[in-house]
Design a binder for this molecule. Structure first.
Ligand code: O2Y
Ligand code: MN
Length: 602
């Protein structure tokens, strides 16, 4: 196949990879429907995909991964910067020269018997001043089809790239060469000790080997759009964040744009697609996972969603929890590690109906209520089972979600999962205080991970697994961005949807009712409501949080909003211990904020 580009750097890289990986053939992808259909047909024929019932789930396919390859592998994810200090204490570091030597040996001949696909893709609307071009080389047709949904794959990308444009090279192999005559398996991958998800930030280069799953293999997502992009953003003066983006519209039609960062299991996708319960207020989705933001000529921070689709967790997604996510994957979608029912539809735990009979993610017969030989409930879908769905299919997608200029951000929200201590909502006293709140965002350990003393799990800006450089320098970058924006900087808030009372009952209903908290934030931005100052930040005055129609007792509300100085003081030592990790590189503003909080709590 002749290459559809004259870009010298790209041609040289593709030739170098072909020589090293020795595939049987090279295919340049164009992102067309016929390309997608052809690859899907091939995968159905080879037995790695199941075509779902056309009437129930049009143009949709189910895959089961190898049981050893079901999620991102953080232990095998590396930031191979020049020095360990540049990667910082939150990343795995290996010397780049050593890692390249190891990985070159693994890549040598690794695509034997397979096709090498070259995928030109844009993160962000093609040609947007905030977008970036990536080229993924992979030997997985499953990856190609997922990239079609998750990114903008097109010939136009190569046109924008031109003869000497810059791109981010992303090399991926499942790490399972085929000998002549060897039959392929449905989900080829390499054993865990051969898996590497490697980032070379000084070279803007990604090398992934051995896994075909999600964030390990769809390299536009976590590897490019967060780890490599966060480092580029620091160097180039913009921001690449693990944030959803939404637009909230008030009854007068005023639009507010919100970007929010939460660690996993905090309902990020649900918030991105929230259905407001307040009459006249509406929410539209712009993105559910990643935000790229630049200061534009108006002095404000504008955000785009660099992705084109959703790679959402399937179990728990239902009409009740997130009808918009469910509608998004009603057609043209890929399902990985879910149950396929006897009718040829898809099923997972808590989808909102029973599965009378089907095949589980390991290919075994399954029905709801099934027990194993020890009497334990059998799960049909893997807990990290996923749907890949076009964002354009979300019924509440914002009409401007592809605006190349992005949307101006008014509000940042951080959060964590805390059953005690942290109130439903508080606002930062300043940009510096807000950065401190984001940098110290934390959740309680899950029940399974409880140890004697319940240490908090800090996940700064929900970026712990995704920041491609030293997190202390990342905090400094946040401080700098605020200074550049001055009074045009977004306002910063912290939420905790997960507080419980003494009987273990949730104090806040969550889901659509979270719109009440967003409404208060919007009113704060407009100066329509004053706030009361507490030691931890600014909180709603009595009556300002709209609780109309909500059945919440005054006692529960008081508990939900309570700031117990003693409990907060206990948290200070955890925060101080965690910040020590960053040593001398920690920006002085962080220590000032910690001391200021300590004083306010006295
Ligand atoms: O397990 C994976 O590979 C997926 S991880 C993921 C997918 C979509 C959005 N966010 C995440 C995440 O880990 O933050
Ligand atoms: Mn994520």
């Amino acid at each position: 196949m002749t290459a559809p580009t004259k870009n010298k750097k790209l041609l040289a890289w593709v030739a170098e990879v072909e020589k090293m990986c020795t595939p049987d053939r090279v295919v340049w992808c164009e992102g067309t429907k016929s390309e997608y259909d052809r690859l899907m047909n091939q995968m159905v024929e080879s037995g790695s995909a199941v075509r779902l019932n056309e009437k129930l789930r049009p143009n949709s396919f189910a895959f089961n991964s190898d049981p050893s390859d079901v999620a991102r592998v953080e232990d095998r994810t590396y930031i191979a910067s020049r020095t360990k200090e540049e990667a910082g204490p939150t990343n795995n570091w290996i010397d780049p020269v050593e890692l390249k030597k190891t990985m070159r040996a693994l890549y040598t001949g690794c695509m034997k018997g397979r096709t090498m696909y070259v995928i030109p893709f844009s993160m962000g609307p093609i040609g947007s001043p905030i977008a970036k071009i990536g080229i993924e080389i992979t030997d997985s047709p499953y990856v190609v089809c997922n990239m079609h949904i998750m990114t903008r794959v097109s010939k136009k990308v190569l046109q924008v790239l031109g003869d000497d444009g810059e791109f981010i090279p992303c090399l991926h192999s499942v790490g399972a060469p085929l000998e002549p005559g060897q039959k392929d398996v449905p989900w080829p991958c390499a054993p865990i000790e051969k898996k590497y998800i490697a980032h070379f930030p000084e070279k803007n280069l990604i090398w992934s080997f051995g896994s075909g799953y999600g964030g390990n293999a769809l390299l536009g997502k976590k590897c490019l759009a967060l780890r490599i992009a966060s480092n580029m953003a620091r160097n180039e003066g913009w921001m690449a964040e693990h944030m959803l983006i939404l637009r909230m519209i008030n009854p007068e039609g005023r639009k507010y744009h919100i970007a929010a960062a939460f660690p996993s299991a905090c309902g990020k996708t649900n918030l991105a697609m929230l259905q407001s319960t307040i009459p006249g207020w509406k929410v539209e989705t712009i993105g559910d996972d990643i935000a790229w933001m630049k200061i534009r000529p108006d002095g404000r921070l504008h955000a785009i969603n660099p992705e084109y689709g959703f790679f959402g967790v399937a179990p728990g997604t239902s009409k009740a929890s997130n009808p918009m996510a469910l509608a998004s994957c009603s057609k043209n979608s890929i399902f990985t590690n879910c149950v396929v029912t006897s009718e040829g539809d898809i099923w997972w735990e808590d989808i909102g109906c029973e599965c009378r009979s089907g095949t589980d993610w390991k290919g075994q017969p399954f029905h709801s209520g099934m027990k194993d030989k020890d009497g334990r409930a059998v799960k049909g879908a893997h807990p990290n089972a996923r749907f890949t769905a076009p964002a354009s299919q979300c019924p509440v997608i914002c009409p401007d979600w592809e605006d190349p200029e992005g949307v101006p951000i008014d509000i940042f929200i951080f959060g964590g999962r805390r059953t005690t201590t942290v109130p439903l909502v508080h606002e930062a006293l300043s940009w510096e205080h807000g950065v401190f709140m984001g940098a110290t965002a934390a959740s309680e350990p899950t029940a399974a991970a409880l140890d004697v003393k319940q240490h908090l799990r800090f996940d700064p800006f929900a970026m712990k697994p995704f920041c491609g450089y030293n997190a202390a320098d990342y905090f400094a970058h946040w401080f700098k961005m605020g200074a550049r924006m001055d009074d045009k900087a977004p306002r910063i808030f912290y939420v905790n949807w997960f507080r419980k009372n003494k009987d273990g009952k949730w104090l806040w209903p969550g889901f659509g009712e979270n719109s009440r908290v967003l409404k208060w934030m919007c009113e704060r931005v407009d100066g329509r409501v004053e706030a009361r100052e507490t030691p931890v930040g600014l909180m709603p005055k009595d009556g300002d949080l709209d609780l109309k129609g909500l059945n919440i007792s005054p006692d529960d509300y008081a508990e939900l909003m309570k700031v117990d100085a003693g409990l907060y003081r206990n948290m200070l030592s955890d925060i101080a211990d965690y910040l020590k990790e960053f040593g001398d590189r920690l920006p002085s503003q962080m220590t000032h904020q910690l001391e200021a909080l300590r004083k306010r709590l006295d």
